[in-house]
Design a protein around this ligand. Structure first.
Ligand code: NDP
Length: 441
């Protein structure tokens, strides 16, 4: 039998593309060597957000002590939490699987590798298809030399108990999110980053403010760090030697980026080329150097966010099997780092706008949220809008706040639909909220 479409990888993007193709009558199979739902559901966004929630409660309890609450015994049953988290993920795995079965997608368990332009092998079975979508995602980058001492973000979700001290390597999304999560849970966190600006793609005013907030939460941030040696000092303790200090720790999380997961695919047999960074070469329609093979999500190493993979998968299946070209705004993609406070962004920063030779200016406001009235003197909220001078269109929004992830979604709609600063100003604010400051900014 020859399938119309074989999707390789049943993560969020793969499942969406398979399902849409099947609803348009295509004969579809999906190949998955691990659990349904991919990184996002099993080892990424979903368990991370549950970790975020469990840690925020502790932070909130601290804050509300300043209102007069006296909670005598603060005790977290970590084992119970991990079991609950695992049950929730199993539930989501089944939803993904059932979604495929309901839409009559054939499920093939195992890892696929191409043996020619139209055929893949899974174990000793061969499967042919007219079209393929590669949606195999990414995997944690390995820290050469020290790998045996460190854990990746795949391992962190199974951590059996909370350590007293944790060192986190990296300055990107994962490093920052887990530094805040574990610090909020009471772990003493050292963050070790090779550069001098964490989250370097984000607006610098905001990342500096986030850094202040993290330091205020007792996270030790070590910048310009080069790791020279890691050793075990005894059963429980490790020592990290850097270019200028020694750090004692009980657990090391390496979060130094992710790499496209393409090793097992045998892409050369299918004439699919890869870029220098290991990502798959593709055009604007996500078509690879083999016209019948498409690639979506982290294998493209471009805005490695779950909703991007889903949109790309949906786009391809509509285009091929329904002759419809969906319109997406891939220029203004909102994103959020679930730090404490959260950092979120959509559209251009002022620096990026200037690089694009656009005449722009920014409006900003910084304040302490009302919720923390009695707690800390540090400002935990920072809003910034980037406005194009001539059109007065808001072309960027950058936020630091406890609910930045929720706010940025709505600001993204305004930016995608071309709202001007006047549209913001003529809207009546909701009082008392933090977000009314977007109108009075
Ligand atoms: P990021 O790309 O965000 O950050 C990687 C970090 O590791 C950077 O600080 C980088 O430093 C550093 N690094 C890279 N190579 C080395 C090396 N050889 N030695 C030391 N440090 C190194 O990757 P993450 O692993 O944090 O996350 C992977 C991706 O997953 C993210 O880019 C994002 O797309 C996605 N993600 C999204 C989340 C969300 O939406 N909330 C949450 C988590 C992940 P430098 O800056 O100097 O290059």
């Amino acid at each position: 039998m020859i399938y119309d479409l074989i999707v390789i990888g049943a993560g969020s993007g793969g499942v969406r593309s398979a399902r849409i193709a099947a609803t348009h009558g295509a004969k579809v199979a999906i190949i998955e060597g691990s659990k349904f739902g991919g990184t996002c559901v099993n080892l990424g966004c979903v368990p991370k957000k549950l970790f975020y929630y469990v840690s925020q409660f502790n932070k909130d309890l601290d804050n509300y002590a300043s209102y007069g609450w006296n909670v005598k015994e603060k005790k977290l049953n970590w084992k119970k939490f991990i079991t609950k988290k695992d049950n929730e993920i199993n539930r989501l795995n089944s939803i993904y699987k059932n979604l495929l079965l309901k839409n009559k997608v054939t499920i093939i368990n195992g890892f696929a590798s191409f043996i020619d332009k139209n055929t893949v092998k899974v174990g000793n079975k061969k499967f042919k298809s007219k079209k393929f979508i590669i949606a195999t995602g990414s995997k944690p980058r390995v820290l050469n030399n020290f790998q045996k001492f460190v854990h990746s973000s795949d391992d962190i979700f199974k951590i059996p108990t909370l350590p007293e001290r944790m060192s986190i390597l990296g300055g990107g999304y994962i490093a920052i999110e887990f530094a805040c999560i574990f610090s909020n849970l009471g772990v003493k966190v050292d963050l070790l980053y090779r550069g001098n600006k964490i989250l370097k793609e984000f607006d610098q005013d905001l990342t500096e403010k986030l850094q202040e907030n993290m330091k205020n939460s007792k996270i030790k941030i070590h910048l310009n760090v080069e790791i020279k040696e890691i050793s075990k000092s005894d059963k429980k303790n490790l020592v990290i030697k850097t270019n200028n200090k020694k750090i004692k720790t009980n657990y090391i999380l390496s979060a130094i980026g992710r790499e496209p997961n393409v090793d097992k695919l045998n892409l050369s047999e299918a004439k699919v080329q890869i870029n220098d960074d290991g990502s798959i070469k593709a055009n604007r329609d996500f078509q690879t150097t083999n016209e019948n093979i498409y690639a979506i999500g982290d294998v493209l190493n471009y805005l490695n966010l779950t909703p991007m993979a889903i949109r790309q998968g949906h786009y391809i299946s509509e285009k091929i099997f329904n002759k419809k070209t969906l319109e997406y705004d891939f220029k203004n993609v909102p994103t959020a780092v679930f730090s404490s406070p959260q950092l979120a962004s959509v559209g251009l920063t002022l620096d990026a706008a200037r690089l694009n030779r656009m005449e722009c200016y920014e409006l900003k406001t910084e304040f302490k949220s009302m919720k923390k009235s009695f707690k800390t003197n540090i400002k935990d909220t920072f809003y910034k809008l980037v406005v194009e001078k001539k059109s007065q269109k808001v072309i960027g929004a950058h936020i630091l706040s406890d609910d930045a992830g929720e706010l940025i979604q709505l600001l993204a709609i305004l930016i995608v639909s071309g709202a001007t600063l006047d549209d913001f100003k003529k809207t009546v604010p909701v009082h008392p909220t933090s977000s009314e400051e977007f109108i009075t900014i």
